[in-house]
Design a protein around this ligand. Sequence first.
Ligand SMILES: Nc1nc2c([nH]c(=O)n2[C@H]2C[C@H](O)[C@@H](COP(=O)(O)OP(=O)(O)OP(=O)(O)O)O2)c(=O)[nH]1
Length: 140
Amino acid sequence: MVVNKVLTLVMIREARRVLLGMKKRGFGQGRWNGFGGKVEQGETILQGALRELHEESGLTARHLTEIGRLVFRFEGDPQLLEMRPCWFPVDKIPFDKMWPDDKLWFPIFLEGKLFSGEFTFEGHDKILDYTLSQVKKLPM
Ligand SMILES: Nc1nc2c([nH]c(=O)n2[C@H]2C[C@H](O)[C@@H](COP(=O)(O)OP(=O)(O)OP(=O)(O)O)O2)c(=O)[nH]1
């Protein structure tokens, strides 16, 4: 069965550091990540991103800027929320405790460039196949 969900992922960054949250339970448990989750019915992606950012980190953003668009396919399951935020210097991002695709697109994000990609996973650790590129404009 194919389940299509729209998920947000907000990266809070300053020039030399990035704020990540430790996912305490549910989908991605035990991994550092940006803040986000499912877009709810009747919500725009931006509204969903602002809501999840606030729910998970307590932060209220004045504005958000698009950084990329990624498609994930899982040959398996999904699930829940809860985060523990922590700032990481840009040269000390804990990739070994993050989603395996992150080390591929983070460099583009940290350069301030837009990116677009698709990842197919086997379970939650193995990337079977992917495409990723820096783009001038995000696909709709
Ligand atoms: N960095 C990174 N983030 C990912 C990857 N895959 C993936 O779903 N995410 C993000 C998108 C979302 O922000 C988050 C998953 O959202 P979620 O399932 O916890 O959604 P939610 O908070 O609405 O959860 P729930 O309460 O409905 O269970 O993980 C990935 O490969 N890398």
